[in-house]
Every structure is written in C-alpha cells, then in structure tokens.
Design a protein around this ligand. Structure first.
Ligand SMILES: Cc1cc2nc3c(=O)[nH]c(=O)nc-3n(C[C@H](O)[C@H](O)[C@H](O)COP(=O)(O)OP(=O)(O)OC[C@H]3O[C@@H](n4cnc5c(N)ncnc54)[C@H](O)[C@@H]3O)c2cc1C
Length: 384
C-alpha cells in the first residue's frame, strides 16, 4: 500500500495487540497502543508457542531474543492418569521449534521493540465514534480523547468494542475451568524442555519447563461458570482434586505459592462473519477466542497480526486489504477453534468407558498420523 501515512489505534496490549503494533510499525504505518491496565503485570503465567507463531515472531526480527527468553520443546507427551505415555508429539516443523516461555517475557520483548511512547497505559477505551474529519474518535475512561484513521480491537475475549460495534456479544461457554501458574521449581527427574499433559476423568494437568529453573503448569476440571473460587481457595482445591495423581503433580502444586494461581472459565467467541466495520478491525481473542486445548489462541492472534500487516502492505486500497484479511483468516481460525473444542470435549469426558476408548485411540494412533493432523496447524506461516 502506498499510503503508509495511515494511523492505527490498537486497543489492548496483549500478545495480539503488541504483535500487530510491531508488524505495522515495521511496514511504516503509524501505530499507538492503548491498554487499560496501569502496569504490564505478569498475566497469564506461561505459554506454549507452536512453530506457526514462532516463525512469525522470528520474521519480525525477534528470533535471537525470543530464544534467550524461552526453551525449545522437542517433545510433548500425552499421559494417562497413571503417568504412562499415550502419545509423543514432536512440534518442530522443519527448522522451526515449538517454544515454552513466560508470557510476560514475550510481552516485554514486544514492548522493548516498540518505542515506549507508542504504548499508553491506563487508557481504557470506552467509546469509539466517527470524528468530524471521517477518522475515529476514541474516548478513554481517564478523560483523554484521541483520533486515529483506524482502530484495531485487540481487547480480548470480553471485547467491549466487538460488543458495541458488531453487536455480537455471545460467548460460547464450556463446562470446564482452567487454572495455571508459574512456579520456581523443577520436579525431580524432569528434563529441560519436556512438556507433559495428563488426561484423567474430566480433569487434566499439563506441565512445561520455561527455562531459568521455572515451570509452567495448567490444569482443568469440569465446573460451572458460577463456581468461581477465591484466590486463597485455589491451591487447597487443586491439591484435593489432584491428590491421587502421578508424580510430580502434587509436588508442583505444593511448590506453587498461595495466591498465584489464575482461574479462567473457559469460553469461546464465535468467529464473526465480518472482521471490520466502520473503521474498526477485530484481531486475536476479540475476533475468535477459542478453548486452550490445542494451545493456539495466542498463536492465532500472532497469525492475525502478520496477515493483517501483509494484506495492508500488498494491496492498493485499505478496503481490499481488509476484505482479504477477513477471507484469509476466517476459514483457518474456524477450523482450529472447532478442533480445539472437540479435543476439549474428549479430554474433559468423565465416562470411564469413553476415557478408556479415548486413551486407547490416542495410544494406537501412529505418530505419523498425529504429526500429519497437527502439521496443518503448526506449519510455519512465513517461509524463509
Ligand atoms: C488456560 C489457558 C491457557 C492458554 N495457553 C495457551 C498456549 O499455551 N498457547 C497459545 O497460543 N494460547 C494459549 N491460550 C490462549 C491465549 O492466552 C489467548 O488466545 C491470547 O492471550 C489472546 O491474546 P489477545 O492479545 O487477543 O488478547 P488478551 O491477551 O486477552 O489481551 C487483551 C488486552 O486488552 C486489554 N483491554 C481489554 N479491554 C480494553 C479496553 N477497553 N481498553 C484498553 N485495553 C483493553 C486487556 O487488559 C489485555 O491486556 C491460553 C488460554 C487459556 C485460558
């Protein structure tokens, strides 16, 4: 696109918002990021990044630093509730590895690559209206007002911008809850770079090292949306739920400091028909929040960011670029969201009969078949 004078307001400094800010800045567009929180705190514990996302972050020039803040994960193991291996998954595609890291380290890396004056903290967008000059006027809760040519809504699963602009407020709730935390602890016998996910009856426990003698764990159990627990109740609850589980689940939970366990009621946002309207563009969870069963939510946000910047770079008009962005993303995201939902249903089943079938199916599926089915998702979006 010739007109790089265009100026984008990005609402939300999550992984999606920061990645699109960097990608657009590198194309020469004007960007400013507005984040409602006043500090970029440690949100979201750890993150597994699959090669499709890693290849994009590498292409944005983050390769070296990304490797220093993460650890490669050559093998992901699926275990049954006794700790026996059901399947081994090797996420690497070609030269591009899967990575495990602390989420806030990735956010900080992206922030470092943007000029500090491009990120505005304590700016909660509360209203977007057409300005007199045909641009978008954004009002913030702190009383400030700014005007930009376009607004990118990267404000997450509860996106107020999507609610008000696209009138699509529906969330599809799952019947399970996820917990996660970082812990300064490496269990006995644990190999660096190892990732395991254990499936039980209606429950799971995942563990990954993130380097620097730290682990990231996540767990899920079937519970209603109205069964939220207080911060101090979480550790005792999880120790109780997972008390019979194999080594090192109990040790990892015991080593987790009280008050540092995040709880999320798992939900999706249906993929919208249109991804842009009246000067507002949807990106990341705001467009298509998905269940975390395939570890693809952040990866899809990174892909959105890349695709949007590529479409803007390669097309003569913004309307053509945005129509292509929508077309290129919708189908892929729909499939990944759908697959993630079904994997979640299989993992969270409580029926002993169905659990036995599930575990046996996973155990007898040849590794080449598993690799082939995941390859479509993990395939790097950017070729060297
Ligand atoms: C348990 C769990 C485990 C997961 N594990 C993985 C994984 O291993 N790999 C993976 O790829 N994905 C994973 N995900 C998914 C991933 O966390 C999300 O898909 C990803 O964070 C979405 O990024 P985002 O930038 O779109 O939204 P968010 O990260 O939610 O960021 C939105 C930002 O917008 C800000 N904001 C909101 N409203 C406003 C407003 N009005 N004004 C200004 N700012 C605002 C918020 O404060 C926030 O900073 C997991 C999710 C869960 C629940």
């Amino acid at each position: 696109m010739q007109n790089t004078n265009l100026n984008f307001a990005i609402i939300g400094a999550g992984i999606g918002g920061l990645t699109v800010a960097l990608a657009l800045k590198q194309q020469g567009f004007g960007v400013a990021v507005y984040e409602r929180t006043s500090v970029m705190t440690e949100i979201g514990a750890g993150l597994l990044l699959s090669p499709n996302a890693v290849s994009i972050l590498d292409a944005l020039g983050l390769r070296e630093e990304l490797r220093t803040i993460s650890i490669e994960t050559p093998e992901w193991r699926v275990l049954n509730s006794n700790g026996a291996i059901l399947a081994k998954i090797h996420p690497q595609v070609g030269e591009v590895p899967g990575l495990s890291l602390r989420r806030s380290d990735l956010q900080q890396l992206l922030v470092r690559r943007l000029e500090p004056n491009l990120i505005h903290l304590d700016f909660e967008a509360i209203q977007i209206t057409p300005g007199k000059d045909g641009r978008r006027l954004i009002d913030f809760a702190n009383g400030e007002q700014v005007t930009h040519d376009w607004v990118i809504a990267a404000d997450g699963i509860h996106s107020q911008i999507r609610n008000s602009f696209f009138q699509e407020t529906v969330q599809r709730r799952s019947h399970y809850v996820g917990w996660r935390a970082m812990v300064d602890f490496i269990p006995k016998g644990w190999e660096n770079g190892m990732v395991t996910e254990t499936w039980g009856r209606g429950m799971r426990f995942g563990l990954a090292s993130t380097g620097s003698n730290r682990c990231y764990w996540y767990a899920s159990a079937n519970r209603g949306f109205d069964q939220a627990t207080k911060l101090e109740e979480r550790k005792p609850l999880l120790l109780q739920l997972f008390k019979e589980w194999h080594h090192p689940v109990k040790d990892v939970l015991s080593a987790t400091p009280h008050g540092q366990i995040l709880e999320t009621s798992i939900a999706e946002r249906p993929v919208p028909k249109h991804w842009h309207k009246n000067g507002v563009i949807l990106l990341g969870d705001a467009a298509h929040a998905m269940t975390p069963n395939l570890g693809q939510g952040a990866a899809m946000a990174v892909e959105d960011a890349w695709e949007l910047s590529e479409c803007l770079k390669n097309n003569p008009t913004i309307s053509r670029a945005l129509n292509l962005y929508e077309q290129h993303r919708r189908h892929r995201v729909q499939i990944v969201q759908w697959a993630s939902r079904w994997v979640g249903l299989a993992i969270q089943t409580e029926s002993p009969f169905l659990c036995a079938i599930r575990d046996n199916l996973v155990r007898i599926t040849p590794s080449f078949a598993t690799r082939a089915s995941l390859r479509w998702i993990f395939q790097p979006s950017v070729k060297d």
